[in-house]
Design a protein around this ligand. Structure first.
Ligand code: DGJ
Length: 731
């Protein structure tokens, strides 16, 4: 039964819906797919919103038609090719044998099926049973070239998410080159939007940026070969008045870890045109006759209750239907990582002292970071040589891992598989594995180079090396790092007319490697990382359920970073550590409590030398560890609401509520103190208004409605960088 997708054959209208949202489009003149509506659920579409036909100067008409009122340039559409008499930025551009890049895509047919097909070699949302979603495939064709475009739409039953991707098939006789092939196009009429994106930098990722959509084309994207610190693959279009709790917002997250682009165009009629997909920079995919190209997937949602509701939909789909690991719902261990404790300056004896202290403090995992392999004492060597550094571990890694295990801790290990150092055995043996342009010296970054993951032999080599270490070291957790972006993008293993495929083939190679490693070691918990949060995207979450959020461990910086991150990504994916003061990235000194509360707002750990702490600090670690163990489920898997934005105010506040609304944890932060502070309140959200709640610290009782409507006053503290955790229990 097609209860989520209906086709009205008389009106030629497709209606995708679940309880909350509707998405409607129709087939119009010339087989043009016309977008009609995306928003709150409507029961049925009767044809009211047919786009008015108006003769517009300089917006041409269909070939062979005398109807001057129909133009593909003005009609809101589902997918546009270059050359179709549409002057918007196209969703697809195809260079053909005769040099033309013109298409005329027309509706051919459709298919509706239960469930959701897998995207071969790509991460994507999945279904656990066929009934929880339905998929509509619309086929468009270009008669001249024989190209067919399958537009795939999957609507989920219980979460307000529609996924979209495109598969291109060359059924013609000639080779063509895909110069651009977007995963999604969406057009809006009569909307005045703000765009919300998540730009950043290394150690300053994903801070929320909101600006009004103006005329022209604005492109948000990455050409760094990864999803990047600089612009996360996410965009929201929000009505001007939309805030965290009310108003319309459309959210789009691209499940892809490479170059991406989000193009927003406000046109001559104030219509908004959105195109999302692989960035067309240096992209050219040779599509021979008979072959296919599948784009990555966009997750899109609509919320009529502000940004928080948008985030809830993203959190749910990523946590429940992108993450596949057996750790999907598991308690994530509290770890201590030795990076900021020792950097490269350690040996087994030193690490053992940290492990001993970790055991005393109740910490659950020790993570051995960079510097354990090859002959690595700094960042100038050994990448590619995943064999233990004997000077640091004379009896082997397994010996040290046994020590960690004997202390009752899990053992985690750092890798940076995609990289190579000139000073490495791998480079000496296989210089051809290093990605570089013939005749040019490749550009170093952190004095390292990128492996050519488009080559199968490189993937095999890495898989072999990593597997050996994971087996021999009885490793429980892996941190998968990547500390530079791509440059010198060229593969000596591909012909010259396929060099435009290298960026994407790199990502496909990476996905293949991660698929092989994670399926061969299902009991290992994997954490993604790219110099912190440089590859924090929904595609990565398909392989690794958690990601190191940022190399910036300063609690105050983390407020904006974690606030922005939470717009899209669930807390179970977001990791945060308490580190030493003065903070290594900012030099700032914050209290242990503030550092703890910021880090306990995510998947929690420490990153400092536990042996160098005062007894007072150690006591606080013990308390934090005990507290986090109590609230861990709520934090990692509860419903998360942002209450106050550190981008807009001097404060930040957010909260976690269990599904039954009985367990509540609130974290509030004040950045600067003032001599004569204005009074501020924190009002809660998402509680049961009928229920009474006990403040677990003061034992005062409040109504749920009271906490949400009246709220409580924030404490006045004459000190910078303060924070407070509140816990409430429904009684
Ligand atoms: C960057 C990571 O984000 C850090 O946590 C650390 O693992 C270093 N790389 C090690 O080189």
């Amino acid at each position: 039964m097609n209860d989520l997708i209906e086709f009205d054959s008389k009106r030629q209208v497709f209606h995708l819906h679940n309880r909350n949202i509707s998405y409607i489009f129709s087939v119009e003149e010339g087989g043009t797919l016309c977008h009609l509506y995306f928003g709150r659920r409507v029961q049925k579409y009767h044809g009211e919103l047919k786009y008015p036909r108006v003769d517009r100067g300089f917006s041409g008409n269909l070939p062979g038609s005398l109807d001057r009122t129909f133009s593909r340039d003005t009609l809101p559409k589902e997918y546009s090719g270059a050359g179709e008499m549409d002057y918007h930025t196209p969703a697809t551009i195809v260079r053909q044998e005769n040099g033309s890049n013109s298409l005329m895509l027309k509706y051919k047919n459709y298919k509706i099926e239960d469930g959701k097909p897998k995207l071969e070699g790509l991460p994507a949302a999945y279904v656990e049973n066929e009934k929880e979603a339905q998929t509509l495939t619309i086929t468009l064709e270009d008669e001249l070239t024989g190209l067919e475009y399958d537009l795939l739409y999957t609507v989920y039953r219980d979460v307000s998410i529609i996924t979209r991707s495109v598969k291109v098939r060359n059924t013609g006789k000639k080779t063509v080159f895909l110069e651009k092939v977007a995963s999604l196009q969406l057009d809006f009429v009569d909307r005045d939007f703000d765009s919300i994106c998540l730009p950043g930098a290394h150690a300053n990722e994903r801070h929320l940026e909101r600006s009004s959509v103006g005329y022209g084309i604005q492109k948000f994207g990455s050409i760094r070969g990864t999803s990047s610190h600089q612009m996360n693959p996410f965009l929201a279009l929000a009505d001007r008045k939309t805030d965290e709790f009310s108003g319309d917002v459309y959210g789009f997250a691209f499940a892809y870890s490479g170059n991406h682009s989000f193009e927003v165009e406000k046109d001559q009629l104030d219509q908004t045109h959105l195109v999302i997909g692989i960035n067309d920079y240096n992209f050219s995919w040779k599509l021979d006759a008979g072959s296919e190209f599948q784009t990555p997937e966009v997750l899109m949602t609509y919320s009529d209750q502000g940004l928080n509701k948008m985030s809830q939909a993203f959190h749910e789909i990523i946590r429940e239907r992108i993450v596949r690991s057996k750790f999907k719902h598991a308690d994530r261990p509290i770890l201590v990582n030795n990076w900021e404790a020792t950097y490269f300056d350690f040996n087994e004896e030193k690490l053992k002292t940290i492990v001993d202290e970790a055991e005393n403090l109740g910490i659950e995992m020790f993570v051995l970071d960079d510097g354990w392999f090859g002959h690595r004492n700094d960042d100038n060597s050994s990448l590619g040589d995943w064999t233990v550094y004997k000077e640091k571990f004379p009896s082997g890694l397994g010996h040290f891992a046994d020590y960690v295990h004997e202390k009752g801790l899990k053992f985690g290990l750092w890798f940076e598989p995609e990289m190579i150092s000139y000073d490495s055995e791998l480079y000496r043996k296989h210089p051809e594995y290093l990605m570089q342009v013939p005749g040019r010296r490749p550009s170093p970054s952190r004095n390292q180079y990128v492996l050519d993951l488009t080559r199968k032999e490189v993937i095999d080599d890495l898989f072999g090396q990593i597997s050996k270490v994971l087996k021999e070291g009885s490793v429980d957790y892996v941190k998968w790092d990547m500390n530079r972006h791509l440059s010198d993008v060229y593969s000596a293993s591909l012909p010259k007319d396929r060099q435009g495929e290298v960026y994407h083939r790199y990502v496909l190679g990476l996905y293949e490697l991660m698929e092989r490693v994670t399926s061969a070691f299902p009991d290992v918990l994997f954490e993604g990382c790219s110099g912190g949060g440089g590859r924090f995207d929904a595609g990565f979450a398909y392989y690794m359920p958690q990601i190191w959020t940022s190399d910036n461990t300063d609690a105050v910086s983390r407020l904006t970073i974690q606030y922005g991150t939470s717009l899209v990504y669930p807390i179970s994916m977001t990791t945060a550590h308490v580190s030493a003061i003065p903070n290594h990235q900012t030099g700032r000194k914050t209290s242990f409590e503030t550092r703890g509360n910021a880090a306990m707002s995510a998947v929690f750990g420490y990153e400092l030398d536990l042996t160098k702490m005062s007894q007072e600090d150690k006591d606080q670690v013990k308390e934090q560890v005990a507290c986090y163990k109590e609230i861990r489920k709520l934090i990692q898997y509860g419903n998360f609401y942002r209450l106050k934005s550190p981008v807009e105010t001097n404060q930040a506040a957010w909260m976690f509520v269990s599904d039954d609304k009985r367990d509540v944890c609130v974290m509030t932060f004040q950045v600067l103190a003032f001599a004569q502070p204005c009074l501020t309140k924190t009002k809660l959200f998402g509680l049961d208004p009928e229920l009474e709640y006990e403040n677990l610290e003061t034992h005062e009782i409040f109504g749920g409605d009271e906490l949400m409507e009246l709220g409580f006053y924030d404490p006045i503290v004459h000190q910078d960088y303060t924070s407070k955790m509140y816990r409430f229990k429904g009684i």
